[in-house]
Structures are given as structure tokens and as C-alpha cells.
Design a protein around this ligand. Sequence first.
Ligand code: FRU
Length: 608
Amino acid sequence: MNVLFSFKQLRTLLAMLAMMIFSFPDAVADAPSLIIKDLGEGHCLVQINTNQRYLLLPVEEVMPDVRVSMIVNNKEVKAADVRLAVNRVDYFVPLDLSGYTGKNVLLKFKLGSNDPVRGKLSAVCCKEMKLADTFDTGNREKFRPTYHFSPLYGWMNDPNGMVYKDGEYHLFYQYNPYGSKWGNMSWGHAISKDLVNWQHLPVAIAPDALGTIFSGSAVVDTDNTAGFGAGAIIAIYTQNSDRQVQSIAYSTDNGRTFTCYENNPVLTSDARDFRDPKVFWHKETRRWIMILAVGQEMQIFSSPNLKDWTYESSFGEGQGAHGGVWECPDLFELPVEGTNEKKWVLLCNLNPGGPFGGSATQYFVGTFNGKEFVNESPSKTKWMDWGKDHYATVTWSDAPDNRRIAIAWMSNWQYANDVPTSQYRSPNSVPRDLGLFTVGGETYLQSAPSPELQKLRDISKKRSFRVNGTRTVKEMIPVNEGAYEIELSIKNLHADVIGFRLYNDKGEEVDMQYDMKENRFSMDRRKSGDVGFNENFPALTWTAVESGKNELKLHLFVDKSSVEAFGDGGRFAMTNQVFPSEPYNHIDFYSKGGAYKVDSFIVYRLKQ
Ligand code: FRU
């Protein structure tokens, strides 16, 4: 919309204001393109007369959701909950009008009765909503990660439907296109050839009469078992309304468009929490297996065709952590390092009840015979990541070279809706390649940063030095904009504490330590920057580390709002968000109770 009004337009506008009708001229015509009518008691009707692509809706995050209904030819064609601005505009969200050119498009909504603005048409949303041909997604907020995946705008939670096909990694995700807080759950979509450069695609699956689109998975139906075509990508997901049911949708154009199956839902239950199907082809029994989170257990179902499902077994009672509901499962087989053996891994995301509060990913190692999963260590609880921001972890189906690649949502339900970003919330972790290793007779999951991340490396600097007391590296790399990777090898481990502190000139810091007496690694973000937006955010997270090593290897991925630590090639992982007011561009190495040698300290600046 042209914001510079001509005198004539201004006069017209004023005249209409007087009639309690707000109109906004567009660039081409004097005829008002938006006519907003006050229907009383907060009810508003907007008549849209335009060939422009978007209606930009003003959002004020503290306001309650308002149901906005888009009507064409007397039928509701779209509906969404939007926190329409009453007092001030935090940001805009686009409502896509394409496909309705030349039609009489109406928007209906009711502003809440409790908001302070009496005459509803003076609410800021009525004054500020505007038509546009483009929506600016070039937004670069201070905390917007450089190389972690984040949505162009709007809210994101769990990664969904990850599948590899014809050279493309598909990443779908829980998405709110109408605001940066949770709501309007849809599947957002992006594709990548290398797991690090992502192309954003339009929303793949939007809510329908069966409900919003919750988490799930996708498979390639190579043998056309479902009858939608050989090689179709089939998405299997939960639809949420008053109850939760499982539905499917298929794509015969490599994921560019999806059609919802006409006989949805394909699986129902009387259980309240019944969600997040992960489906895979079990080649030994030649059928599809679905693992589903149901309350605090996982249920396993089988199917010949992705449409008809048979219950097989349940897993969970008396196993692992039960501090909250179980969500987003995964089940796959992995080789055990240094053996010819393979074992099955069951990923189980849990919220709340993580080791440092809120959300976290636990896992079980054992066997699966096509019907039942058996945990080989029922008395142990195993966590995949020891930070606070690694949730809803699931893996790609059909990844090449037998790789098992995982990605997580890098946040925590304790504060995800409050983190200090605006046009988007929140990113994913870096992709990780999974493996299994055994220590002391117990098999654990290894999560190593995927090798593709090395493509991001820009300039680098390597140093080595001894630390006895404190050793400061003032400039880790020139022009440090907050996106870098550190590879560290530490030898001559003759200190009680081996520590390093990333910090900036504002005194904000992330302190990491190996406590060599207690055999633990910790990360402290209590002074990392903005920590005050939620009482659960400040935290020190820690994990036990293997003892008796003569070298410590640590790999850190730092981005504008996160630090991910990988010890010993991923034998432990720790992911924490941070919100510093400027990048941490200095590091202090320190020792307590002795000295040690930094055999190799390499810093890579990472490319956008
Ligand atoms: C996990 C989760 C899932 C659900 C989705 C809804 O973070 O609660 O169980 O499908 O988010 O957005």
C-alpha cells in the first residue's frame, strides 16, 4: 500500500472516518480497498477489494487470540487465531489473498470485550491493517541464528515429517504462520540438499475440519502400498481438536503439494494424549510400523498400507523418566561401534521432567521384533542431550548411506513462548549423526554434529598453549559476529578444574568447566545475557563424563543465540540457548588446582 496519501485521498479518508468507516486507498485506485465496518460489541467486518497479494495483520503479542475468518462467496475459506493489535503493533503477519483476485473477500472477527479500547474501530489493528504485494522476510533480528534453521517468520516447534527423497532432505515443522507464539498448528516446510542450506517452501499441510496439524512423520511409499502412486511421499500426523486422531496426506510431486486422504482419520482412540506418529517400513515383516505417544507410554501399530492399523504392543511402564507426558517418539536400528552388532533405539521426548526441568529427550536401547520393543536396561534413564534446549528430537527417514540423522527443536516448553525474539520463535539444533557406543557394559547414543556443517567454515585460526591460572584470547577470530565453531583438544590434564569462559565486553558470559575430580562437564548460562524473561531460563547444566582419559575433545557450535557442546565426538551433547546483548568474542581459559595444555584450539568463523 502506498502510505503517502494524496490530498484528494486524504479528504476521502477523512470523510469516511466521519462515517465510522475506515478506508485505505491503494496505489492504483481511489476506490477504497479495505472497508472496515463496526458491527457493534467488538464485531468487525472487513471488505477487501484488491488484487494485491497480502493483507498484513497487525499483531500485539500480549493480546488474546482473536478468531479471524476469511469468507469468499459466503463460505469460510480460511480461519486463524491472531493476536490482533489493540494498543500497539509488535509485528505484522501476512494473510495470503492470492487466488481470490476480483472476488468479494470478507474478513470477520470480534475483538475481546475486556480490552480497554471502547470504539473497536480505533483499535490499532483496524487502523494499521494494510494491503501489500510483498511481505518482508528479510528481517534480521539480533538473536536470529546465522546457520541454525529458523522459520522466516512466525512460531516453530517440533521438526516433523523428515524424509529424504531424490537428493532432497525435507524438513517439515510445527508452524504458526499467524504469530510468533504457539497456535494455528500447520506443517511448515523447507528443503535442503546438504542439511545446512535451506530453501523455504509454502505451508505444506494446514488445519482442516478434523483439527490442527500436530507432529508426525513422512515416508516414501516406494511400492505403492497405499495406492497413491509409487514413490509418493506420505505424511502421517496427528490432528488435534477436542480429541487427537491420526491422519495421512500424500504428495506425488516430491512434497511440493499435499492432498489429505479423503477417509481420514486412519487411527483413533479414546485416549486424550494420542499423538506424534513416527512410521517406518519394517523390512523383515514387510509392513509399516507406527510408534505413537499415548499418555506416558508408547504404542506400536502395524499396517500393510498406511491406512489400516493394528495394535501390536505398548512400552513404557516402569521404564525411564515419567515426569511428564511422552511425546514425539522414534524407533530405529543402529550399529554398535567396534562390533558387528546392531541394536534398536527408541527415542522418547518427555515434557516436563527433563534433567534440568521442562522438556528433554530420553532414549532406550534394546531389541525390536516387528511387534514389541524390549529395553535392555530397564533400570537406567538415558538422556540424549544434557542441556535445556534440545527437544522433540526425531530422525530422517531414508537418509542416504545408512545414516541416521537427527534434529531437535532448540527450545523448552518452560519458556519457549517468552524468549526475547519477535518476528520468529525458535530455531532447530544443528543436525546430528547418531551412533551407538558401549562403556562399562552399557550402550549409549552418540550424537555427533553432521559433517555437512564443515561446509560453513570460513576463516579459521589455530593456537596451542599451556594454562596455569588464566589465559585470555581477546580476539578469537577477526570480525566475530557471533557465529563460530570451536574445536578443542586438551592434554596433560593435571588440574582439578579445566575451564573456559566465553564472554563479551558487557560482562555477559557462558562458563564451561570440566571438573576432573567429579568427572563432570558443566555449562553455566546464568550470566549469559538476557536471562530475566522467564524464571526457568537461568541454569547451570551438567553431565557426567568418562574418567581415565588422557585427552579431552570438545566441539562447540556457537550462534547468535545458542551454544551446543559435543564431547568426545558426541559421546555427550549439551545444547543451551543464550541471549547476549552482543556476541561473545573473547575466551578465558583457566585452571584450578594445577595446569593443563590446550594442545589445539581452532576457531572457525561460520558463514551465513
Ligand atoms: C511436542 C508437542 C507434540 C505435539 C506438538 C504440538 O512439542 O507437544 O506432542 O504434536 O508439540 O505442537
